[in-house]
Design a protein around this ligand. Structure first.
Ligand SMILES: Nc1ncnc2c1ncn2[C@@H]1O[C@H](COP(=O)(O)OP(=O)(O)O)[C@@H](O)[C@H]1O
Ligand SMILES: [Mg+2]
Length: 339
């Protein structure tokens, strides 16, 4: 039997000047390397390709290599994260199975307002919010309670999120909205700030879903310390150490609560049409209410990220996890292309 062919597709923010396989050995490409090594260890024939702002090399590579599955690690095209859905769409047009979510989930989750509107229709608790469109005059149009958090409407990885994102007054809110418009060049969303424990709930599957042990980000009580996952919190280990911020397994100490959070994660996953693997980010208030902050189709999958750590705790080796994600891609493919 010939080995399964897997094309590991990644994105780059500028044209590559070096060989991708050499780059994969560097620290910056750790996440892709983890996937690559796992795919090789699984015995697949693997080819890598980086996509920047031209889709044609990708189409040609698929035609030449004829992958059985595309392991989709592309979350930007031409530095725009909203195009992730279109890359998934191209995989469908090329009739090749691809990992993770389809354009539907990528679209529903990328727009943080749309996600929340849909969840509200299902009576799932989300922070109240309002959107400030780019290019329109910034005035406070609706009375949201303070504190509020101001974010890019359609981004990820905490881009544009800093301590200054948490605002106490209309003036501060307007200033931060303008910052998002100017710096991130996109619409801004203002959400009521939900005080509570930040939980990350990792889900695997298409129809039958498995929810892994929950993780949390713990912030210190200390005055001046960040209380939410800013860009620095997420990506700067030294900064986390300095403040004593920890990503760790959740200590809910309440089996019923844990079950409730896991059931909710499954419901959200289905409502938002996630497939393969996904992570739901929620906040649990002191009163026991669970508010959805964000749904992440195709979450970060490096070995040391929350998703893989949760899977590990559930008993999946990294290779087993990657193999499952590939299998779910193949399972769902006929349905995605209408066969
Ligand atoms: N409404 C909110 N209430 C409390 N914290 C929030 C809220 N929205 C965002 N945050 C904090 O900001 C972080 C990043 O926000 P998120 O919407 O997940 O953006 P990204 O897509 O960039 O990860 C969250 O992990 C959380 O710590
Ligand atoms: Mg997030």
């Amino acid at each position: 039997m010939t080995a399964k062919r897997v094309l590991l597709a990644c994105d780059v923010g500028e044209p590559l000047t070096e060989d991708l396989d050499a780059l994969l050995k560097t620290e910056e490409w750790e996440s892709e390397r983890h996937c690559y090594d796992a795919l090789i260890a699984l015995g697949y024939e693997v080819k890598t390709l980086a996509i920047f702002n031209d889709i044609r090399p990708f189409i040609e590579c698929v035609a030449d290599f004829k992958p059985d599955v595309i392991f989709n690690q592309v979350d930007h095209f031409n530095n725009l994260s909203l195009h992730d859905r279109n890359v998934a769409g191209v995989c469908e047009l090329l009739n090749v199975a691809y990992t993770g979510s389809s354009p539907a989930a990528l679209m529903l989750c990328k727009n943080k307002a749309l996600t929340k509107e849909l969840l509200t229709a299902h009576r799932i608790k989300v922070p109240q919010f309002t959107v400030f469109n780019l290019g329109k005059k910034v005035t406070m149009k609706r009375r949201l309670r303070f504190p509020q958090i101001i974010k890019p409407l359609s981004d990820e990885a905490s881009y544009g999120i800093a301590k200054a994102s948490l605002v106490m007054t209309s003036e501060e809110a307007i200033e931060r909205v303008k910052y998002i418009h100017d710096q991130c060049k996109q619409d801004a969303i203002a959400e009521e700030y939900i005080e509570g424990t930040e939980l990350y709930v990792s889900v695997l599957g298409n129809d039958r879903l498995e929810v892994f042990p929950i993780r949390q980000c713990s912030f210190p009580e200390e005055e001046g310390a960040p209380k939410f996952a800013t860009f620095k919190v997420k990506w700067d280990e030294e900064y986390r150490k300095k403040w004593g911020i920890k990503y760790e397994f959740a200590r809910l100490n309440d089996a019923r609560l844990e079950k409730r959070v896991k059931q909710l994660a499954k419901r959200i996953y289905r409502i938002l049409r996630l497939q393969g693997y996904g992570r739901l980010d929620v906040r649990l208030t002191a009163e026991g209410h669970v508010y959805v902050i964000e749904a992440n189709p195709n979450p970060q999958i490096a070995k040391d990220e929350d998703y893989a750590l949760s899977a590990r705790k559930a008993g999946y080796s990294y290779e087993q996890l990657i193999a499952r994600i590939v299998k779910y891609a193949e399972d769902i493919h006929p349905r995605l292309i209408g066969r």
